[in-house]
Design a protein around this ligand. Structure first.
Ligand SMILES: [Zn+2]
Ligand SMILES: [Zn+2]
Length: 587
């Protein structure tokens, strides 16, 4: 007998979403009687099912499948469960090769099958009682998906859908999706000409275009200045290193799936570095360090390479080569708390400067498998906790979620779309220092193991640009905008004055540009609007005569009769203060 536990709201929703995938499969079966079925789990907000079909699906198929699903839901068919032997199951699914493969792998002698209407599925459940319990749903899109995520297996067709308790909740979700699609960093990156990822160059490898590079430089300059101010020293390390190093570090053992194949250089094996840590350790170790020298903080915008399967690559947020804003702190145990507080302050300052309001701080504690002793874990975890208390801000504990080499603090922040982004991480490491014998000379004249902290504030330049793009929908604050001012002459006779303004602004370090095409003024304004340029200066007869400027913000707000000198000062102040909202810069 199956005892039904009381489900939480979230579990209920998940059950309903998974049940919807069965209904979708039944609908697909009625349209394609020869369909072969993969799997159909619930996912965040919805569900999917993978099919092997006689022809490729197209978007027009989705409404047909939806209508069929609505019929099935309207007839309120019960979901019935049967437990059968594997042998029986193999007969029932004789013409379903993917199901047969799954049956073979199930550990128990008996397997459960579920039926609703004419559709039979191999499934562990649970499901809703009957199809009528499936509420508001919508099929979203079709994607290719390798069977079991393996690129050597057949490519199946996956249909994604979403389902909610009410039509209202579904509508709200669809609206959010629409906004997310509008702000998708891959789309904006192309429209704003910031970067490209080209198959010809290689998937997951980012080419930064001039305008993207301007944004990146602004971020990097700010990052470097802020680190130097806070006592970090900048270093640079190469992109490849001897493979033996990664054997000592344990990466070859624990991290192998992310490493690229080695290359031979004079009969020595080298690999592309997946992390920057080891270079920093070797710099530290070039001489004996006294307790008085600590803490030592090395910071690097270090480019690393990790092997990600092509199926998981995603725009700038999941790539194969990326530049981490990395740093390693080497300190004594009694300095750890102050160091962590320093990193937290820096991280929160950065998050705030870039304009992210909501964030969540998480302390991850000792997992089941760990390096070091319980005592040292407890002590370090206690120190991280004190550092978090020190900020006076709320935080949560994520029990057992630390990495094997030490406890960590993660800060996740929320973009304007409510999407959570992995932000800063701060990790204490009990693994690498003993492996590389990283020590300092104590006051007692003895060598002591150093405490090592890995930390990143922005994550990577690539992922952070994606975050920024989606957060601002491409309308960057003025200090980050690739073009800060577009000067738009009304007619060709205003060109000279326009160029004079441009030169004057550029002298002040402002990124200004003249739209000197002989196009209609409205078209030029629309173009600048699409490029999301913070300030447009429209110059015509009146401006030329009076030697003034008229400013148009990308919000549409207009301010006439300004002096160029005054505008220049205002915008320079806005840039150096990293003002987030350009509306605040002029009034
Ligand atoms: Zn199921
Ligand atoms: Zn590191």
């Amino acid at each position: 007998m199956v005892i039904k536990k009381k489900q939480t709201e979230e579990e209920k929703l998940e059950t309903m979403r998974h049940s919807a995938s069965h209904v979708m499969a039944e609908a697909v079966q009625s349209i394609f009687p020869d369909a072969k079925f993969g799997i159909g789990p619930a996912i965040e907000d919805g569900f999917y099912y993978d099919f092997d079909l006689p022809r490729p699906l197209n978007p027009d198929d989705l409404p047909l499948i939806e209508n069929k699903m609505k019929e099935i839901i309207a007839s309120n068919l019960p979901f019935t469960r049967k437990d059968v032997t594997k042998e029986k199951a193999r007969k029932l699914f004789a013409n379903q090769p993917y199901k047969l493969e799954l049956i073979d792998e199930l550990p128990d002698e008996k397997v459960s099958i579920y039926q609703q209407g004419s559709f039979l599925d191999l499934c562990r459940g649970p499901h809703v009682n009957s199809t009528g319990e499936i509420k508001a749903f919508k099929l979203l899109n079709i994607a290719g998906a390798y069977w079991r995520g393996d690129e050597h297996r057949p490519m199946l067709q996956r249909i994604y859908g979403v389902a909610f308790e009410t039509q209202e909740a579904l509508d709200k979700h669809l609206k959010r999706l629409e906004e997310a699609a509008r702000r998708d960093h891959r789309k904006l990156g192309k429209e704003l000409d910031l970067f490209s990822i080209q198959d010809e160059f290689g998937p997951g490898l980012v080419l930064w275009h001039p305008k993207g590079a301007i944004i990146r430089r602004a971020i990097e300059d700010f990052w470097k200045d802020e680190h130097v101010k806070r006592g970090y020293e900048l270093v640079y390390t190469p992109h490849i290193a001897r493979m033996d190093l990664w054997r000592i570090s344990g990466h070859l053992e624990f991290y192998q799936e992310y490493l690229y194949s080695p290359m031979d250089i004079e009969e020595q094996k080298y690999i592309l570095k997946p992390m920057n840590c080891l270079g920093h350790i070797l710099i530290y170790k070039t001489r004996i360090r006294s307790y008085r020298e600590l803490p030592i903080r090395y910071a690097e915008l270090g480019t690393v390479y990790r092997y990600e399967r092509s199926g998981v690559l995603h725009g700038l947020s999941r790539v194969r080569g990326f530049t981490q804003d990395d740093a390693h702190i080497f300190c004594r145990f009694d300095q750890l708390e102050t160091e962590i507080v320093g990193v937290l302050n820096l991280a929160l300052f950065m998050i705030d400067t870039f304009g992210f309001g909501n964030y969540q701080m998480l302390l991850s504690t000792r997992p089941e498998k760990y390096a070091g002793t319980i005592e040292i874990w407890d002590e370090a975890t206690g120190i991280l906790r004190q550092a978090l208390e020190h900020t006076g801000l709320p935080y949560d504990i994520d029990p057992g979620q630390g990495v094997f080499y030490g406890p960590k603090i993660d800060i996740k922040f929320e973009s304007a779309l409510g999407k959570a982004w992995q932000g800063p991480t701060i990790q204490v490491d009990f693994n690498l220092p003993p492996r590389f014998d990283v020590t300092y000379m104590g006051e007692d004249g003895q060598e002591h193991p150093v405490v090592m902290v890995h930390r990143t504030v922005l994550g990577s330049m690539e992922r952070f640009l994606a975050t920024l793009l989606e957060h601002y929908g491409g309308a960057f604050p003025v200090w980050l905008a690739p073009v800060q001012v577009k000067v738009i002459p009304v007619a060709d006779r205003h060109l000279e004055y326009a160029h004079k303004i441009e030169v004057e602004l550029k002298k002040g370090g402002i990124r200004a540009e003249v739209d000197d095409r002989s196009e209609r003024i409205n078209l030029k304004i629309r173009q600048a609007q699409l490029e999301k340029i913070p300030y447009m200066l429209v110059v015509g007869d009146k401006e030329v005569e009076t030697g003034t400027i008229s400013i148009r913000l990308r919000s549409g707000k207009q301010i006439a009769d300004r002096s160029l000198a005054g505008f220049k000062e205002t915008i320079k102040t806005a840039i150096s203060n990293k003002v987030k909202d350009i509306e605040d810069t002029l009034s």
